[in-house]
Design a protein around this ligand. Structure first.
Ligand code: KDO
Length: 341
């Protein structure tokens, strides 16, 4: 026997129920259609949420939500939760990822001449960095990236100037003083070469594992720009910052060519403008923070020291000049970079 609640409703109530169901289904269909018509832009980054190059993706998303309301579904994945650090360019080439930030090291694997930007003491400061990549050198390099990697750089973000950050206090004046120091570097031979050029014993580790490595002592130190040392809280598990300033580091906001080709010309312009706004936000905040952070680290009890920078320049530059990397640099490229002011 049917109970009352599940027996057929009275005609008026039934009509109402049917109308509500129809409305519900209709609204759902509209929502589905809207969701489907949105262009999904998946982003993957190893950055921690509190770092500027993580926050810049919100600027990117907000910019697109404003300039192209309802057209894009921007999905931001931080902490390497979507793809592991270094796997982004392959994911983009396979069509599994639309946007990421690539380092010069990621690019140099496929575009050998790009290794010039992995060399210590090559780029002088963030202003020169922006001019290089916004000028003819950048245009030539980005063309090669698009051809060889099937991705297109949209803007250059300044990751900061890399400094050494040690677990125990040590007197570091020249690269020789880093002999035997187990220095964590990101996991590629281009990064390891930089660590070795600095005089240390370079050891590969993903960014997400550095905090624990420093805490437990499986590594003696790491190198990163000061804002990342703050954002990833490395200062909690280290005692010294050595201001080697060995790399004015860049991150390129890059889109897969497949995703780019799927956009209308107007959408392309909007995505480009959003990437540039994001980079600008990152650059302004990072430069400002870099100038203020030493005080913060000192208050946290870290010792801050400055080495013999001439000695570091000489040793590191010589290592690169004599390396196989330099053989891939077109004649005159270093001079052209130096001439950018
Ligand atoms: C790092 O692993 O040390 C590094 O700074 C390398 C950069 O290229 C970049 O991947 C960065 O980590 C991450 O975005 C985390 O800040």
């Amino acid at each position: 026997m049917q109970n009352k609640a599940t027996s057929h409703p009275k005609p008026k109530r039934r009509r109402l129920l049917m109308a509500a169901a129809a409305l519900g289904a209709g609204a759902l269909t509209t929502l589905n259609a809207l969701a489907q018509s949105k262009t999904v832009l998946r982003i993957s980054s190893p950055a921690v949420p509190d770092d500027w190059h993580a926050k810049m993706w919100t600027v990117f998303k907000d910019s697109l939500d404003k300039s192209a309301p309802g057209e894009f579904d921007v999905q931001i994945n931080l902490n390497a939760t979507l793809f592991k650090q270094g796997a982004e360019s392959a994911a983009m080439a396979r069509g599994n990822l639309e946007l990421a930030t690539l380092s010069a090291f990621d690019i140099a694997k496929f575009v050998p001449e790009f290794s010039v930007f992995t060399a210590g003491y090559m780029v002088r400061d963030p202003a020169q960095q922006q001019k290089i990549f916004q000028g003819p050198i950048g245009a030539e390099m980005f063309k090669a990236v698009a051809e060889k990697m099937d991705v297109t750089p949209l803007a250059t973000a300044y990751l900061g100037t890399r400094q050494l950050n040690l677990r125990e206090v040590r007197s570091v004046k020249t690269p020789a003083d880093l002999k035997g120091v187990k220095l964590r570097m990101p996991g590629s031979k281009e990064w390891l070469f930089l660590g070795e050029a600095l005089g240390a014993t370079a050891t590969p580790l993903a960014f997400g594992e550095v905090y624990l490595g420093l805490k437990t002592g499986t590594i003696d130190g790491q190198d990163n720009p000061l804002p990342s040392v703050r954002a990833a809280k490395f200062y909690e598990v280290t005692k010294q910052i050595v201001l080697t300033s060995h790399l004015v580091d860049s991150l390129f906001i890059t889109i897969s060519n497949k995703a780019l080709a799927a956009l209308t010309p107007t959408q392309r312009q909007k995505v480009m403008a959003a990437a540039q706004a994001a980079a600008q936000y990152n650059n302004d905040n990072r430069i400002k923070e870099e100038s203020q952070l030493l005080e913060f680290f000192r208050k946290e009890g870290l010792q801050v020291s400055t080495p013999d920078l001439d000695a570091f320049h000489k040793v590191v530059q010589l290592r690169y000049q004599n390396s196989d990397y330099a053989k891939a640099w077109p004649p005159g490229l270093v001079e052209r970079i130096n001439a950018v002011r």
